[in-house]
Design a protein around this ligand. Structure first.
Ligand code: MRU
Length: 353
């Protein structure tokens, strides 16, 4: 997608450096960060300089390729270095399946071949994310009619992938096909990916967008002001339960209560058949400070942190929740729109092989 008229991917490789758009600074500052080794790449995933399931996957894949590029040539130091790098990347964030999918694939390619094969595999993963997102965009756009208002949660746009996104891809495709669409974005506390990132993406594309407080969506649905909900996913269990950004479950409940269609958009790499249902998905718990403080731009133009809560009060900061399959009308994948059932999920996973 374009920023100031120039085409960007969210994550890419230049020589041996992983290049990322620094998502911690958006929308106030657009900065590209070069991560010169796998330790810096792992840290950028951990501190959410790069975030969102697909972007984490692509960055972790490139990080694993960096491990092979950096590894000493003699044994046993080489194998030890590769294993340590793999563990470091694996331990950055626990919920998004794409992270594990990508490092595993790149590790296998590097072990079976050379560092060059690891790099080629990481590039293939990033390219495949773009192809998958384009197909998700094409299939998902069929759900969107002219004049619709779509609700989305968090950021599952191009910043969260390599290009296009998952939940936002259908909106971009519908808009580019000439349909008049408008989007309502949950601010998505505590890190406000909706207010900061999704609103920034949609505004840049010229799509009408309004931000709402996280607790406003239910009433807007009741008033008939939302036609469809589309969100992304961080991991999808074999039975169709979906882990996504905290707050997604509540939106799905509100959608069900008000007869609003609720869709998830995600590529096959986000499905995890090793999780029988949502209870098996590890849920990341992050630092209390994300809830207790807010970050933003001060009137004097400084990016600043302010405390919201009384000193001494703690928080519960679960980063994700699980929406049970029965609340989901469909999952938009690169293989088409499926029902969240074990059969249909098994079918697309077989098709992928
Ligand atoms: O914690 P984050 O920002 O990495 O969370 C991931 C997400 O952006 C959302 O859960 C998203 O809807 C799925 S990722 C495309």
């Amino acid at each position: 997608m374009k920023v100031n008229g120039k085409d960007y991917r969210t994550v890419w490789l230049e020589e041996s450096a992983v290049m990322v758009i620094n998502q911690r600074l958006l929308p106030h500052k657009f900065e590209i960060k070069a991560l010169s080794n796998h330790i810096e790449t792992a840290e950028a995933i951990r501190d959410m300089t790069v975030r969102g399931a697909g972007a984490i996957g692509a960055a972790a894949g490139y990080g694993m390729a960096q491990v092979f590029l950096e590894a000493p040539s003699e044994e046993p130091s080489r194998s030890e270095y590769i294993q340590q790098g793999y563990e470091r990347l694996k331990n950055t964030r626990p919920t998004a399946k794409d992270l594990f999918y990508a490092i595993e694939r790149v590790k296998q390619a590097g072990l079976a071949g050379s560092a060059r094969d690891a790099v080629a595999e990481a590039e293939r993963i990033a390219d495949n994310y773009i192809r998958a997102a384009e197909l998700i965009g094409k299939y998902g756009a069929e759900l969107i009619s002219d004049g619709m208002t779509i609700l989305t949660h968090c950021n599952a746009g191009w910043l969260a992938f390599v290009d296009w996104g998952s939940a936002l891809a259908p909106i971009y495709f519908a808009h580019r096909a000439g349909k008049k669409v408008s989007v309502i974005v949950d601010e998505t506390r505590p890190r406000c990916q909706g207010a900061r990132l999704t609103a920034w993406e949609l505004q840049a594309e010229g799509i009408a967008v309004k931000i709402i407080a996280d607790n406003a969506a239910g009433f807007l649905m009741r008033r008939g002001q939302i036609d469809i909900v589309i969100t992304g996913a961080d991991r999808i269990a074999a039975n169709g339960d979906v882990a996504n950004k905290i707050g997604t479950y509540e939106k799905a409940l509100c959608a069900k209560a008000n007869g609003v269609p609720f869709y998830i958009a995600a590529p096959a790499s986000t499905f995890d058949l090793d999780c029988a249902n949502g209870w098996d998905i590890p849920i990341e718990q992050r630092n209390d400070d994300e809830v207790l403080y807010a970050n933003g731009l001060s009137d004097s133009g400084q990016i600043t942190r302010v405390r919201l809560a009384p000193q001494g009060v703690g928080a519960i900061n679960l980063a994700f929740d699980v929406t049970p399959a029965e609340l989901i009308d469909g999952i938009i994948t690169e293989y088409g729109i499926i029902k969240p059932t074990p059969d249909q999920i098994a079918q697309i996973m077989n098709e992928r092989k």
